[in-house]
Structure formats: C-alpha cells, structure tokens
Design a protein around this ligand. Structure first.
Ligand SMILES: *Cc1c(COP(=O)(O)O)cnc(C)c1O
Length: 341
C-alpha cells in the first residue's frame, strides 16, 4: 500500500491540471524580461497583495535572503523570533549574504509583539549594530502553523514605521494564514516592505517563490537574484504552475486544515502521545509520552506506512497537503489509533 506522507507540504507532485497548464505556457527569456507567464505571475501576486512589484525566485530561501539583503547594510542587525526559518533553516544566509547579525526574540509559538520587539531595537550608538529589519513569519512553521491576525501585525508595522525599521514577512505559508484567519491578502501590502510567498508548499506547485515589494526594491532584488544565480530563462513553465495553484489550490487549504485537526484529535487519544499543540492550519506538532523518544514513534509509524519527522527528542510533526485525500487521512487515523506503544 502507498505510504501516507506527512513529512512536509513540499512533497506534493503537480496535478494533471497543473501539468496541462505548464505544458501550454507561453514562455520567453525571463532574464530579458520576455517571459509573459512569469510576468503574469508576478503581476497577479503583486496585485493580490497590493504591492507594486514582484520577482519570481527559485526558492523561498532565495526570496527571503534577497529581501534581507535589500533591507539591510553590512553590520546591521535583523530582529526575528528564535524559531524563524530565515535564521534556523537558511544555512546561515543572513551572515553570509548580508553580513548582518541577528537579534533573537522568544515569541509565543513564534508570534512577535511590539512589546517584545521594542526593547530589542538598538539605540543609535557606535557600540550597537543598527537595527534595520524585523522579519515575521506567517504561518510560523516551527510554531506548529500558528497564525498572526492582521490586527496583530498592524501595531508591529506602526512600531517599525516610527523607528524607521523595515518589516519583511516570510509568507511561505501566507495562504494558509489567510484561509484560517479570513484576513484579506489585499490588506497585507500596506504593512510590509517585503513579502515572500511560496508556491511549492501548500499551493502544490513543484518549484518557486515570489518576492513582493516596491518597484525600487524589486529592481534591486532583480540584481541580487542574478548575482546569486537565480536568473532563470524559460521559467514560464514553472510560473504557469504557480498561476494554476493560485487559481485552484487556495480555498482548498481549508480541507488540509480540517485534516490536521482530525489527526490532532486522533493523536490526543493514543497511548504514545502526551500533548498536541492546538492546530490552526496544516501543521500538527505533538509530544510523545515520557519513556518514549520521538524517533521510536516515527519508526513505528513508518513501519505502518505513515511517514513523518521528529523535530526534537520529544516532538513529532505532521503536515497535511494537497496529495492527502480525505480517504488517506481516514486510513491514517485508523492506523494511528490502532498503534500501541
Ligand atoms: C519552506 C519555508 C521557506 C522556504 O523554503 P524553500 O525550501 O527554500 O522554498 C521559508 N520560510 C518558511 C517558514 C518555510 O517553511
């Protein structure tokens, strides 16, 4: 029987409709600005979020790193939560690409507030690095898919504006947050200097991320993308998958969220789980009971055809996605419920 893969929402394969859209894409050389499908994707996303311009990038890591490079100077400091993807999972890119230091905060499940940020903004003094950028993540990956509401972002924006600090959103899963909160993408643009959006997570495209910002910043970002080797040629084949995903795979994220909640309920009732983090979107984090190690549980589930990863000695993560139908989720729930450890 097929494995049920909860390791990540990046494991999805293009659907037949998406492949069709890719095969029929009109393409050109995007380094010359001549790929009409890439241009259409960039315009579509910029319009959706009320930002001036956009840049199609090969990965979310690249769009975040380009944004950080655009919004900082060497010797500056970036403020983010200690769980932030830009800090933990981008290979030390902030130091390597931008020559900047990082100030880590301890948000509740990765969620920052003006009260947490303000005391960490450095005064203008030669001893201190210049605090030039705050990065938020929505949803928070390591926070178990926890969402910001726009009403929580507004006061952070306000603080950054007063202090002359740029605000970037790592929106790898921003559409999960929009579907869960009911907030509108169009209201995001005015709060952020930059937003990166992933197409290859819950949206189900094979490749790609888009950085949204002002025209001026995107012009600079285009130069940085080139120097990083991210200038792609007939990238419209990939952009077509992104456009298809935006048209067909956004509202269905609510199904992934329901699946995650159903899995959480089933996990709570087993004898090997001690706690499940409340589910808001498509990520389920749970702790194994005392006496067990997460890797033992991952192995036992794997033997029953359920693939997942541990995120620590005690914690395991499940991610729901496009390739997991309701019948596969039902099968997974049966297996999870029958397992005794
Ligand atoms: C996946 C992810 C990214 C980008 O990852 P890539 O694999 O480089 O596309 C950025 N931020 C968060 C929170 C993510 O989960």
């Amino acid at each position: 029987m097929d494995k049920i893969d909860f390791r990540s929402d990046t494991v999805t394969k293009p659907t037949p409709g998406m492949l069709d859209a890719m095969m029929n894409a009109k393409v050109g050389d995007d380094v010359f600005g001549e790929d009409e499908t890439v241009n259409a994707l960039e315009e579509k996303l910029a319009g959706l979020f009320n930002m001036e311009a956009a840049l199609f990038c090969p990965s979310g890591t690249m769009s975040n790193q380009i944004a950080i490079k655009c919004f900082t100077q060497p010797m500056d400091e970036v403020i983010c939560d200690q769980t932030a993807h830009v800090y933990r999972y981008e290979g030390g890119g902030i130091a390597y690409n931008s020559l900047a230091s990082v100030r880590l905060l301890n948000g509740e499940r990765g969620i920052l507030t003006p009260e947490l940020i303000e005391p960490e903004i450095n005064a203008d003094n030669v001893h201190y690095p210049n605090s030039s950028l705050v990065v938020l993540e929505n949803t928070v990956n390591k926070g178990g898919g926890k969402c910001y509401q726009l009403s929580q972002i507004e006061p952070i924006h306000h603080l950054c504006a007063i202090k002359g600090i740029k605000l970037h959103l790592d929106g790898a899963r921003i559409f999960n947050a929009l579907v869960a909160t009911g907030d509108k993408a169009a209201n995001y643009g005015k709060y952020f200097d930059g937003i990166s959006v992933c197409l290859s997570k819950g949206l189900g495209a094979p490749v790609g991320s888009v950085l949204l910002s002002s025209k001026e910043t995107i012009n600079k970002a285009r130069r940085i993308r080139k120097v990083l080797g991210g200038g792609m040629r007939q990238a419209g084949f990939l952009a077509a998958a992104g456009i298809y995903a935006l048209d067909h795979h956004v509202t269905r994220l609510a199904t992934d969220h329901q699946h995650a909640k159903a899995l959480a309920t089933a996990l709570t009732q087993t004898n090997y789980v001690s706690a499940v983090t409340p589910v808001e979107t498509n990520i389920v984090l749970f702790d194994v009971r005392n006496g067990l190690k997460s890797d033992q549980v991952v192995k036992a589930l794997g033997a029953k055809g359920i693939l997942c990863n541990s995120t620590s000695d005690k914690t395991i993560r499940f991610v729901t996605h496009l390739d997991l139908s309701s019948s596969l989720i039902d099968r997974a729930i049966t297996t999870i419920s029958q397992l005794n450890l």
